[in-house]
Design a protein around this ligand. Structure first.
Ligand code: PLP
Length: 425
C-alpha cells in the first residue's frame, strides 16, 4: 500500500514498528562507508599485475624509440595516445595524455580559460559574469571547480536520455555569459544514465552565443559496464562536433582511475587540433612532460582496447553483486510504497535514489546515526543545495556484497521512517 494512502492511525502504528526496528538496527553497531565511489581492496587486486608490467629488466623505450626514463614528450607516448583514444572512442591525433588523474585536467581547463582565455578570447576572469550549466544531479567535484572560480552555476534537470536539451539550447544559444556545461555522458554520476544519440547530436549542433563556450564532456565511465549483454553505447562527441561544423566546442576527459588504480592511472584530454595547440602553449610552461613510465606500463599491461575490455569484465564481476544486492533490497522493501524512486544502471559506480521531497538530509542523518555513512545529501547539486532535498547517491563499490545488503536494509528502514515522519508532520 502506498504510504500516502494510509490513515493517520496506520501511519502511527507503522512509525512505532519502524522506530523499534531502527533501535535494533542501531544496536548492531554497523560501521560502513558508502560515501565515495572508490573500489574495494579486493577489486584493486584485479589490477596488481600492472605493477609487474615493467621492471628493471624491461625495454623501457616507447614504440617510437623514446626512452621513457628520461625527460621529453609533452603529450604522451604514441601507444598511450592510441590506448586512450580507443577507450574514448576517438583517434590519437585528438589526444593529449596527461598524468595520474583527469580531475586536474578539468581544473586546468577552467583555470586557463580564466587566466588566459580560450583561443584568443577574453579570459573569463576579466568578465563580469561567467556561467556554467550543471545537469543535476551531478558530480560534486565538478561543481566544486566552478564554485572555486566564482562561476555561477545553473541547474539543468536530467532525464534518462540526458540533460533537458531544450533548456541547454535556450541558455547556450542566447546567453553569451554561459561558457560551459559539465557532462558525464555515459553511466552518469550519480544516475547511471547514458545520453541518447539525439542528445549527443543536439549538443554537437549547439549554436553558442559565446565563441568560447565549451562542453566539458567527462567520459569517466566510458568502459565501466556492469553486464556483458546489457551495455550502453554513446556516439563520439568529437566527430559529431566536427560534422556539425563545431570542431572546437568540446573538451573530453577520461582516465584509467577506475580501470587500474585510482590516483595512479593515466588520464587524457581529447579535443580539436586548434584547442590542443592552444593548450600545449601553456602545458609546455607547466611541465616538461608527464610520467611516461606509467603510460608505458599501462600499455604493456592492457595491450589494447580488447585487453581493457577484458579487464573491465573482471571489475564488473565484483561490482555487479553489490549493485544487485542494493537493487534487490530497494525493489522488495520499497517497491509500490510511493516513497522513493531509483534506476537500475547498466554501468558506472552509483545508484541514485530520489526520496520524497524534503527527506534526503534526514535519511542520510539517520543512516549515519546507525553506522552507515552516505554521501552528504545535497552533494549532487551545485553549492551542495538540492532544491527538493530529495536526491541521495549510493556508492556500492567499497563494502562487500554482504555489508552492502546490510547497509541497504538500514537505508530502506531509514527511508520508511523518515517518510512516515514527513507524512505525519
Ligand atoms: N569524473 C567523474 C564523473 C567521477 O565520478 C570521478 C570519480 O569519482 C572522476 C571524474 C575522477 O577521476 P580522476 O580520478 O581521473 O580524477
Amino acid at each position: 500500500m502506498q504510504y500516502s494512502e494510509m490513515s493517520k492511525e496506520e501511519l502511527l502504528t507503522l512509525q512505532a514498528e519502524l522506530n523499534q526496528q531502527y533501535a535494533e538496527a542501531k544496536a548492531k553497531g554497523l560501521n560502513l562507508d558508502m560515501s565515495r565511489g572508490k573500489p574495494s581492496a579486493t577489486q584493486l587486486n584485479v589490477s596488481l599485475g600492472l605493477l609487474d608490467a615493467i621492471n628493471a629488466s624491461s625495454d623501457l623505450k616507447a614504440e617510437n624509440g623514446t626512452d621513457c626514463r628520461n625527460y621529453g614528450v609533452l603529450d604522451g607516448i604514441p601507444e598511450a595516445k592510441k590506448l586512450m583514444a580507443d577507450m574514448m572512442g576517438t583517434t590519437p591525433e585528438h589526444i593529449i595524455v596527461y598524468g595520474n588523474a583527469s580531475l586536474n585536467i578539468m581544473y586546468d581547463q577552467v583555470s586557463r580559460a580564466y587566466t588566459h582565455g580560450i583561443l584568443g578570447n577574453t579570459p573569463w576572469g576579466r568578465l563580469d559574469k561567467v556561467k556554467f550549466l550543471c545537469p543535476v544531479p551531478g558530480y560534486d567535484r565538478h561543481f566544486a571547480i566552478t564554485e572555486h572560480f566564482g562561476i555561477e552555476m545553473i541547474n539543468i534537470p536530467m532525464s534518462e536520455s540526458g540533460p533537458d536539451m531544450d533548456m541547454v539550447e535556450q541558455y547556450v544559444n542566447n546567453d553569451e555569459t554561459v561558457k560551459g556545461i559539465w557532462c558525464v555522458p555515459k553511466y552518469s554520476n550519480p544516475q547511471g544514465f547514458t545520453y541518447s544519440d539525439e542528445t549527443v547530436k543536439r549538443f554537437a549542433n549547439l549554436k553558442p552565443a559565446a565563441k568560447d563556450f565549451r562542453i566539458f564532456w567527462d567520459n569517466a565511465y566510458v568502459i565501466h559496464h556492469l553486464y556483458d549483454d546489457k551495455q550502453d553505447e554513446i556516439l563520439d562527441i568529437i566527430s559529431e562536433c566536427e560534422k556539425a561544423g563545431n570542431p572546437d566546442m568540446v573538451f573530453e576527459f577520461a582516465s584509467t582511475s577506475k580501470v587500474s588504480f585510482p590516483g595512479s592511472g593515466i588520464a587524457a584530454l581529447a579535443s580539436s587540433e586548434a584547442n590542443l595547440a592552444d593548450i600545449k602553449k601553456s602545458l609546455t610552461i607547466q611541465t616538461i612532460g608527464y610520467d611516461k613510465l606509467n603510460q608505458l606500463r599501462h600499455v604493456r599491461y592492457f595491450k589494447d582496447i580488447n585487453g581493457l575490455k577484458e579487464h573491465m569484465r573482471k571489475h564488473a564481476e565484483q561490482m555487479r553483486p553489490k549493485f544487485e544486492a542494493v537493487l534487490e533490497v530497494l525493489n522488495t522493501e520499497l517497491g509500490g510504497l510511493g516513497i522513493g524512486s531509483w534506476y537500475a544502471p547498466r554501468g558506472g559506480y552509483f545508484i541514485s535514489f530520489d526520496a520524497m521531497e524534503g527527506c534526503a538530509k534526514e535519511i542520510v542523518a539517520k543512516c549515519k546515526e546507525a553506522g552507515v555513512k552516505l554521501t552528504n545529501a545535497g552533494a549532487t547539486f551545485p553549492y551542495g543545495k538540492d532544491p527538493k532535498d530529495s536526491n541521495i547517491r549510493i556508492a556500492p563499490s567499497f563494502p562487500t556484497p554482504e555489508e552492502m545488503a546490510q547497509a541497504a536494509d538500514l537505508f530502506v528502514l531509514c527511508v520508511k521512517l523518515v517518510s512516515v515522519e514527513k507524512l505525519l508532520a
